[in-house]
Design a protein around this ligand. Structure first.
Ligand code: AMP
Length: 119
């Protein structure tokens, strides 16, 4: 998968400190940044340090990584007092999913009520 990442991958460059971002979480496997175009009062992107392009590229060996991605997001949501009211976790895949950055990431959206079905 890493071989298919674009050389100018945005989140790889943010991870490397080449592009500024507001980091709100960092651990050995995952970092999190504020979305530059927030769609809710809290909009944070949880990004694996390992560059995986899309959900379609996940393999069994990534199970712990994906678990850690979700746990980082739920811990952050609790730390921001979002847990009781609730929030949304979203991963967009390819064109129909609305994916625009091809380095896998998990959106945390919170701080307002959201509609279902999504647009
Ligand atoms: P997706 O459409 O699911 O691929 O999500 C990509 C997200 O990255 C969008 O919500 C963008 O607003 C966000 N984004 C794009 N550029 C940046 C940036 N430089 N810093 C933080 N977030 C960004």
């Amino acid at each position: 998968t890493e071989g298919r990442m674009p050389a100018d991958c945005l989140f790889c460059r943010i991870a490397a400190g080449e592009i500024p971002a507001t980091k709100v979480h960092e651990d050995d496997l995952v970092f999190a940044i504020r979305d530059i175009n927030p769609q809710a009062p809290t909009h944070v992107l949880f990004v694996p340090r390992q560059a995986i392009a899309t959900l379609n590229d996940l393999v069994a060996a990534d199970a712990e990584l994906i678990g850690r991605l979700v746990l980082a997001a739920t811990a952050f949501a609790k730390s921001q007092q979002l847990a009781d009211d609730g929030y949304r976790l979203v991963m967009n895949c390819n064109r129909h999913g609305g994916q625009t950055v091809f380095h896998l990431h998990l959106h945390l959206l919170g701080g307002r009520a959201m509609d279902w079905p999504p647009g």
